[in-house]
Design a protein around this ligand. Structure first.
Ligand SMILES: [Zn+2]
Length: 108
């Protein structure tokens, strides 16, 4: 432990103290400036995130297939519903493939 001089009031205080006991001025660098930089959004997803994305993409795919089957029985909006179901299947499939590639790609 080292005794330092407060920059505000000149009192001798510990360098481990978060703030000066005399005037309350913060010791050393201001809190928040010393923290590690926040994680950038470009970082690869964690295993947990990938697992949830795989589940979500699979559910989307299955939901699309079920919706497509149901759409065949709809008398009026069958075309619209089957188009929506097809979009759901395609998005789910692409998402699943992207997530699988992310999981298989090496990380360093
Ligand atoms: Zn002080």
């Amino acid at each position: 432990m080292t005794m330092i001089t407060c920059s505000e009031c000149g009192r001798s205080i510990s360098d481990r103290a978060p703030a000066c006991v005399g005037c309350g001025a913060p010791v050393g660098s201001l809190p928040g400036l010393n923290l590690a930089p926040p994680l950038s959004p470009g970082l690869p997803p964690t295993r947990r995130q990938i697992r949830w994305r795989l589940i979500a993409a699979s559910l989307m795919l299955v939901g699309g297939v079920i919706a497509a089957r149901q759409a065949m029985h709809l008398p009026r909006f069958g075309h619209l519903a089957s188009s929506a179901a097809t979009a759901l299947i395609l998005v789910g499939l692409v998402w699943l493939l992207i997530t699988l590639v992310q999981r298989l790609s090496p990380r360093d």
